[in-house]
Design a protein around this ligand. Structure first.
Ligand SMILES: C[S@@+](CC[C@H](N)C(=O)[O-])C[C@H]1O[C@@H](n2cnc3c(N)ncnc32)[C@H](O)[C@@H]1O
Length: 289
C-alpha cells in the first residue's frame, strides 16, 4: 500500500537556530514570533491551529513552567529536550481510547466493514492516530469480519504528527482506562492481558497495522488509495479553512464507494462538493472520483 504521508523528521535533540522575528508588517507579536521559531525547531506549524485555543494553552503552560515570556520559553525549548517533550504533550492532545464512540464502531462493524470486505479489500487509514487505539480497534473488527465471511485483503495505516505517539502505537499497549469502553469479549479475543490490567494488541492485530509519522497538513493521500479513512477528533484544533482543505484532501484519497468517518463533534463543511454523501451521522460515502 502506498504511504499516505512522508515521515516528519525526528524532533531535534539539540538547539536549532534562533527564532526569526515574524515579518508580516503590523502582525508581529510575541505569539507569532514563537510559532515561527517553533516551526523551525520542529516543523510543526502552530499557525494552522485555532489561535485563541492554542495561544491560551501555550501561554498558560509556559507560565506554569515559570517562563511567561514566550521568546525566552522558546529558547528553553530549543535547549531542553525534556521540556520540549512536555510541551508537545500539552499541545498535541493525544487523548484516545479503544472503541472510542462505541456507536460509530457498531456502524462500522455491522455495515461498512461487511460491505467493504465484500469488495475483496479494505485499505484503511487512521489519520491522526495518536497511540493507535483507533487503528487497533479497526483491526480487531476486520479480524472478526474475516472469521465470518470470505477472505479479503486488509491493512490499516496510522499516521500522526507526534513521533512519540507513533512509537507507542507500534507497541500496541493500552491501559485499563484506554479499554474502558471496549467489549470484554473483543478485548479477550484480540488483545493479550498484561499485568496491571492493561492490554496489548495481539500479534495478528499488529501484523494488520503500520504506523508512520506524518503531518496531515503537509501531505495528502494517494488519489483514491483508500477504502476507509477515519479522521476523528483531530481537526477540532484546526482553523476552519485548514480543516476544510484537509477534508478535501482526505475525500480525494477515498475511492468511490469508500467511506470517511469523522469525530462525533465534527462536520464536513460542504460534503456534496467533495463527492461525499452522509449515510449516518459523522459517516460519509464517497460517490464520485
Ligand atoms: C485527540 S487525538 C485523536 C486520536 C484518534 N483519532 C481518536 O479519535 O481517538 C488527535 C491526534 O491528532 C494528532 N495531530 C494533530 N495535528 C496533526 C497534524 N497536523 N498531522 C497529523 N496528526 C496531527 C495529535 O498528535 C493527536 O495524536
Amino acid at each position: 500500500m502506498s504511504t499516505p504521508t512522508r515521515p516528519t523528521p525526528r524532533l531535534p535533540r539539540r538547539a536549532a537556530s534562533p527564532a526569526p522575528a515574524a515579518t508580516t508588517p503590523g502582525r508581529t507579536d510575541d505569539y507569532l514570533r514563537f510559532t515561527a521559531g517553533f516551526r523551525r525547531l520542529t516543523r510543526i506549524d502552530l499557525d494552522q491551529y485555532k489561535r485563541a485555543q492554542m495561544e491560551r494553552r501555550i501561554r498558560s503552560f509556559a507560565e506554569r513552567r515559570g517562563e511567561p515570556d514566550l521568546g525566552r520559553y522558546l529558547r528553553r525549548l530549543q535547549d531542553d529536550h525534556v521540556e520540549l517533550e512536555a510541551f508537545l504533550d500539552r499541545i498535541t492532545i493525544n487523548v484516545s481510547q479503544l472503541w472510542r464512540n462505541p456507536e460509530q464502531w457498531e456502524v462500522l462493524r455491522d455495515r461498512l466493514i461487511p460491505e467493504l470486505a465484500g469488495t475483496g479489500s479494505v485499505r484503511a487509514w487512521s489519520a491522526g492516530c495518536s497511540y493507535g487505539a483507533e487503528a487497533y480497534t479497526l483491526a480487531a473488527l476486520l479480524r472478526r469480519q474475516a472469521e465470518r465471511g470470505r477472505t479479503f485483503r486488509a491493512e490499516v495505516r496510522g499516521t500522526d504528527i507526534d513521533e512519540r505517539m507513533v512509537e507507542r502505537a507500534r507497541e500496541g499497549r493500552f491501559t485499563a482506562a484506554d479499554a474502558r469502553d471496549a467489549p470484554l469479549a473483543e478485548l479477550r479475543a484480540h488483545f493479550d492481558a498484561e499485568p496491571g490490567g492493561g492490554w496489548r494488541a495481539s500479534p495478528a492485530l499488529r501484523k494488520l497495522t503500520t504506523f508512520v509519522t506524518g503531518d496531515l497538513l503537509r501531505t495528502s493521500a494517494p488519489r483514491g488509495g483508500f477504502d476507509l479513512v477515519l479522521c476523528r477528533n483531530t481537526v477540532i484544533y484546526f482553523n476552519e479553512d485548514v480543516r476544510d482543505a484537509l477534508h478535501a484532501r482526505l475525500a480525494a484519497g477515498i475511492r468511490p464507494g469508500g467511506y470517511l468517518v469523522i469525530g462525533a463533534t465534527e462536520r464536513v463543511a460542504d460534503a456534496a462538493s467533495l463527492g461525499l454523501q452522509p449515510v449516518q451521522p459523522f459517516i460519509y460515502r464517497k460517490t464520485e472520483a
